[in-house]
Design a protein around this ligand. Structure first.
Ligand code: GLC
Length: 528
């Protein structure tokens, strides 16, 4: 596999609104990120992915942008952002920005003009209705339909997400040129790349009814998508940067078309086979996913590994165990950093933060949650049932503020946090983790340091030694004459293993690992 700096990188995701608040308005802000850069650098990560901080009415937490060249006041000012770039750079950290160009906010000036049939009338997707209803039976991610009626224009407009997020018409060359110019504006400011929001949705298929509107893959991955991405790459010069595409509804073979080294498109991608398919850890399935992606991509492409982010419940709660919180957080960390691909740490993961559940539907600020909840209640489902079925995977579970210390509001904000702080902050916080030599935090620092030292973690091949074992995950990474074996016991009971070799145990999450019995959530890494 060809050597490249970004393959060796570890990415740290900063969801700034929940990171650190410096002005007491209850929202984290860009100055807060800058203030904590020493902490971020101390984690041994290389790249910061900053969630959207562009001007936005904030219906979908910044994923509804009303001006791509301005900063949302809640986050701060353009000067704050430029200072963040400079100070990150001074610490050797790269910064990538979220790029949200499948849709804008309905309050973007472009949409206002389009609605009014102005010069930008074809910048969005407009259609007449059909038999007194919307043009197709398609479902959007966040609302029942992908179509909303616009009285002003007497037509429907298309939105893959909420009605406040109209999709841009990428068939229009003026739209594409405006987006590329905007991307160059940010590159000129010195950013190092983009995390591209639902980027494989920008190409639409023909607008005709589908047999099963709930099987929503018709929204993504349509023929012609690669022409758009190749054009974008050429026009913005993306090869010299770092790009990761958020690519839903894609399996490994199609995945390679986005990230193959000879494709001139993206560097790497997030796929959703884990995040969308599993409510809890289904280990045999997880192993199949890893194997299929490795086989399809290696050595021509690299996947991105994540188990949680701002859209997905925290990994300890979802795939590990709150009872064995520290053990399972370390196990999942060890796994993420030793599987093939680029590891992403979502803020707070490095201290083993857990997912939060709210007791009442009104407590969930997320537009996706609210819209889906409302639809199900209107369809006659019982509120308690709807709430309990939506609680585990609600996006807000992972959006609670970073727990810095045991003081009020976990040291996140002097004001009223926009979303409640997890009450377990008195026990789980950065300060406590710094003071505890056995903390998840120090374990994560070891993992990132190992990646710098051992190319096998980046470039090694991958071999699953026990694909059918329901509890043990045993795999080897090999590069030249180095072979590492990772042995993970993914359950809350002891497991006997025949896979523990005589080699040197380089890192584990239990003090005295005995050779053949693995403790609950025990994780070991051997050099053979
Ligand atoms: C992506 C983002 C998510 C957002 C959606 C629409 O999935 O990660 O937070 O709501 O795109 O932009």
């Amino acid at each position: 596999m060809e050597v490249a700096w970004w393959k060796e990188a570890v990415v740290y995701q900063v969801y700034w609104r929940s990171f650190f608040d410096t002005d007491g308005d209850g929202y984290g802000d860009l100055r807060g990120v800058t203030q904590k850069l020493d902490y971020i650098a101390s984690l041994g990560v290389d790249v910061i992915w900053l969630n959207p901080c562009y001007a936005s009415p904030d219906v979908d937490n910044g994923y509804d942008i009303s001006d791509y060249r301005a900063v949302m006041p809640k986050a701060g000012t353009m000067e704050d952002l430029e200072q963040l770039f400079r100070e990150a750079q001074a610490r050797g950290l790269k910064v990538i920005m979220d790029l949200v160009v499948n849709h804008t906010s309905d309050r973007h000036a472009w949409f206002a003009d389009s609605k009014a049939n102005g010069a930008k009338r074809d910048w969005y997707i407009w259609r007449d209705g059909k038999e007194g209803g919307p043009p197709t039976n398609w479902r959007s991610y966040f609302a029942p339909s992908t179509w909303t009626w616009c009285e002003e224009r007497k037509q429907y407009y298309f939105h893959s997400f909420a009605k406040e997020q109209p999709d841009l018409n990428w068939e229009n060359p003026q739209v594409r040129e405006a987006i590329y110019a905007m991307m160059r504006f940010w590159v000129d400011k010195g950013i190092d790349g983009f995390r591209m929001d639902v980027i494989n949705l920008i190409k639409k298929r023909e607008f005709t009814d589908v047999a099963d509107p709930f099987e929503m893959s018709y929204l993504a991955n349509q023929p012609g998508i690669h022409d758009f991405l190749q054009e974008m790459n050429r026009e913005v010069g993306l090869d010299r940067l770092f790009t990761v595409g958020e690519i839903p509804f894609v399996g490994p073979e199609d995945g390679l078309l986005y990230v193959g080294e000879d494709r001139g498109e993206l560097h790497t991608l997030f796929h959703f086979e884990v995040a969308d398919d599993m409510t809890t850890m289904d280990l045999p399935r997880f192993k199949q996913i890893q194997q299929r992606w490795f086989d399809a991509l290696y050595p021509k492409g690299v996947a991105s590994q994540f188990l949680n982010n701002h859209d997905h419940t925290r990994q300890v709660t979802r795939f590990g165990s709150e009872k064995f919180r520290v053990e399972s957080a370390k196990l999942l960390g060890l796994m993420l950093h030793t599987l093939p691909g680029i590891p992403y740490i979502y803020q707070g993961e490095e201290i083993g933060m857990t997912g939060m559940r709210f007791d009442r539907a009104e407590d969930y600020p997320d537009v996706a949650f609210r819209n889906r909840y409302k639809e199900r209640i209107e369809n006659g489902e019982a509120p308690e049932m709807v709430l309990s079925s939506m609680q585990l995977l609600a996006r807000d579970n992972s959006r609670t503020p970073v727990q810095w210390d045991a003081s009020r509001n976990a040291g996140f904000s002097a004001g009223q946090p926009w979303i409640p702080v997890n009450p377990n902050y008195e026990e789980i916080n950065v300060e406590a983790a710094e003071d505890d030599a056995d903390s998840v935090l120090h374990f994560y620092r070891k993992l990132t340091a190992m990646r710098k030292e051992h190319p096998v973690m980046v470039y090694g091949t991958y071999r699953d030694l026990a694909p059918n074992d329901p509890y043990l995950y045993v795999y080897e990474r090999t590069l030249d004459d180095t072979t590492w074996r990772i042995v993970l016991n993914i359950r809350d009971e002891e497991t006997e293993s025949v896979h523990c070799p005589d080699g040197e145990c380089m890192i584990s999450n239990y003090p005295d690992s005995c050779a053949t019995i693995l403790q609950p959530y025990e994780a070991r890494l051997y050099m053979l």
